[in-house]
Design a protein around this ligand. Structure first.
Ligand code: ZN
Ligand code: ZN
Length: 198
């Protein structure tokens, strides 16, 4: 009798826990790819996405994909505690695709890192309007302890000016990584042009 009672309570608890776990997992989904968030980033408006998804979205719009608040590369931060929580909740079935997507994100981060930068090298750089432009390194300044500053000239006619970036900045990348993509829509959204006069 007692055992039966325990098993009944156990069964009830099990039934109650399942939806809660499902709910928690749902909350951990990225609104862009609708998959479980990989390398979670949190924006200044408090929304969470996969780092890769948000960066891809920001190539086309500098607004939060959920609430449309203005965001930039410097206004979102990684959220490791959410990553750890998500990993602790993964089912065996989810693990394979999660870690595959984690590898792809690592590859993307590696591909867009500027390596062996030198004077005269063409690169992609993010201008102050949040638009990726072709640019060229004009000076490489040794800032000590293997930290370099790059004096960069934007080559593109519509954004012709110079700016200094740390070599490790997220705002510089190998040539073509961003500018080879079709970002017409993104440009229009950011420079305030309407479709008629573009
Ligand atoms: Zn995503
Ligand atoms: Zn938002």
């Amino acid at each position: 009798m007692f055992e039966k009672l325990l098993s009944l309570i156990g069964a009830k608890r099990h039934r109650e826990e399942a939806p809660v776990a499902d709910k928690k997992r749902k909350r951990c989904k990225c609104p862009i790819c609708t998959e479980i968030i990989v390398k979670c980033v949190i924006t200044n408006c408090g929304h969470t996405f996969c780092e890769y998804c948000l960066e891809q979205s920001m190539m086309y719009s500098s607004s939060c994909p959920l609430c449309r608040k203005k965001i930039s590369l410097s206004t979102y931060i990684p959220c490791k505690s959410i990553d750890n929580f998500i990993r602790s909740q993964l089912t065996e079935k989810q693990k394979e695709s999660y870690f595959l997507r984690l590898d792809l994100t690592a590859k993307w981060n590696e591909d867009k890192k500027l390596k062996d930068s030198k004077v005269g090298m063409k690169i992609d750089a993010l201008n102050t309007d949040g638009i990726w432009c072709p640019a060229v390194i004009q000076l490489k300044i040794d800032n000590g302890e293997n930290n370099y500053l790059l004096y960069v000239h934007f080559e593109n006619g519509e954004c012709s000016y110079d700016e200094i970036f740390p070599e490790t900045s997220k705002k510089v990348a190998p040539a073509g990584i961003f500018t080879a993509k079709n970002i017409t829509k993104y440009r229009m959204g950011n420079v305030g042009m309407s479709t008629t006069n573009y």
